[in-house]
Design a protein around this ligand. Structure first.
Ligand SMILES: [Zn+2]
Length: 81
């Protein structure tokens, strides 16, 4: 889920944490070659990322699964009881 960045903070390890518009926080590390985000290292470029979308894994996990409340002909639901 893409969420806009609203601000930044730094954790106790010196890693940068993006504050997202959904209220979640997500670490943004520059850890090459796995995570190439050199822009997180300078205040100027972090500022430029405010308002831009960042993929929020927490929102992805919290997205409710579509439930089968429509259709009534599911054999799995009919067998309860
Ligand atoms: Zn989120």
């Amino acid at each position: 889920m893409e969420r806009a960045i609203t601000g930044w903070s730094c954790d106790e390890h010196g890693d940068w944490v993006a504050h997202l518009v959904c209220g979640h926080r997500q670490h943004v590390r520059h850890n090459p070659p796995f995570q190439e985000r050199p822009w997180v290292l300078t205040a100027a470029s972090r500022e430029r990322w405010i308002g831009r979308p960042l993929g929020c894994r927490l929102c992805d996990e919290e997205t409710p699964e579509p439930r089968g409340e429509v259709g009534g002909d599911s054999p799995c639901l009919a067998s309860v009881g």
